[in-house]
Design a protein. Structure first.
Lengths: 113, 116
C-alpha cells in the first residue's frame, strides 16, 4: 500500500543553521510532493511543493529536492529563524488511478534563538 | 469566500452516540478530502471526493464511518456508534485538480471530537 516515511521526527537547530527533513514514498504513481507547515493549534499550510518532472525547487530560504528513482524527497531550510519552529509534513499525491494525498508522520522543528 | 470552513469546531459525545461533521470547501474546488489527525501524527487519509463522486475510502475506515458530498459542494462525515478510539481532530481539505494534476490542499480548522 501507499506509505510516506519521514525523518527525523524531532529536529533541534540553532538559529541561523540549516535544517533538513527527508521523506521516502512507496507509490510509484505519485507525481506531486507538497510540504506543509503546521503551527500549534493551527491548520496545515502549504510552504512549497514539487512535481515529478522537476528535480529541485527553491523559494527564498526553502528548497525541496526530488529523486524519483530512489523515491526520496527532502526539505531544506537555510538561515533558520525562531518562527520556523513548527511541525513539518511531507506528502505524496498519486497522479493516476486517483489523487489521494498521503502524509508523513511529521517532523517537529525547534529553532533555538 | 474565506476558505474551508468546518463545523462544529468541537464535539464532545458519549460512546455509542452518532456524530456528524460538515465541511464547506472553497467554492471553485472540485476535490474534497477528509483526514483524521491525532496528537503527534500526520493527517491520516480517510476519503476523498471529486465533485459528488466518492472516489476512494481508506481500507482502515470501518463501516461506522460514512461521508457524502451530495451536490458536489459541502460534505458531511458521519461516525456512528462512536468509540473512544475515534477521538481525534477531523480535518477537511479541498483543492482544484485537473486530470492528473493536483493542486494545493487548503485545510479547514478541523472538528475536534472527544468521545467519553
Amino acid at each position: 500500500g501507499e506509505n510516506v516515511e519521514q525523518h527525523p521526527s524531532t529536529l533541534s537547530v540553532q538559529e541561523g543553521d540549516s535544517a533538513v527533513i527527508k521523506c521516502t514514498y512507496s507509490d510509484s504513481a505519485s507525481n506531486y510532493f507538497p510540504w506543509y507547515k503546521q503551527e500549534l493549534g493551527k491548520r496545515p499550510q502549504l510552504i512549497i511543493d514539487i512535481r515529478s518532472n522537476v528535480g529541485e525547487k527553491k523559494d527564498q530560504r526553502i528548497a525541496v529536492t526530488l529523486n524519483k528513482t530512489a523515491k526520496h524527497f527532502s526539505l531544506h531550510i537555510t538561515e533558520t529563524q525562531p518562527e520556523d519552529s513548527a511541525v513539518y509534513f511531507c506528502a505524496a499525491t498519486r497522479g493516476t488511478g486517483g489523487f489521494k494525498t498521503i502524509f508523513g508522520a511529521g517532523t517537529r522543528l525547534f529553532v533555538k534563538a | 469566500d474565506t476558505g474551508v470552513s468546518q463545523n462544529p469546531r468541537h464535539k464532545i459525545t458519549k460512546r455509542g452516540q452518532n456524530v456528524t461533521f460538515r465541511c464547506d470547501p472553497i467554492s471553485e474546488h472540485n476535490r474534497l478530502y477528509w483526514y483524521r489527525q491525532t496528537l503527534g501524527q500526520g493527517p491520516e487519509f480517510l476519503t476523498y471526493f471529486q465533485n459528488e463522486a466518492q472516489l476512494e475510502k481508506s481500507r482502515l475506515l470501518s463501516d461506522r464511518f460514512s461521508a457524502e458530498r451530495p451536490k458536489g459542494s459541502f460534505s458531511t462525515l458521519e461516525i456512528q456508534r462512536t468509540e473512544q478510539g475515534d477521538s481525534a481532530m477531523y480535518l477537511c481539505a479541498s483543492s482544484f485538480g485537473q486530470g492528473a494534476n493536483t493542486g494545493e490542499l487548503f485545510f479547514g480548522e478541523g472538528s475536534r471530537l472527544t468521545v467519553l
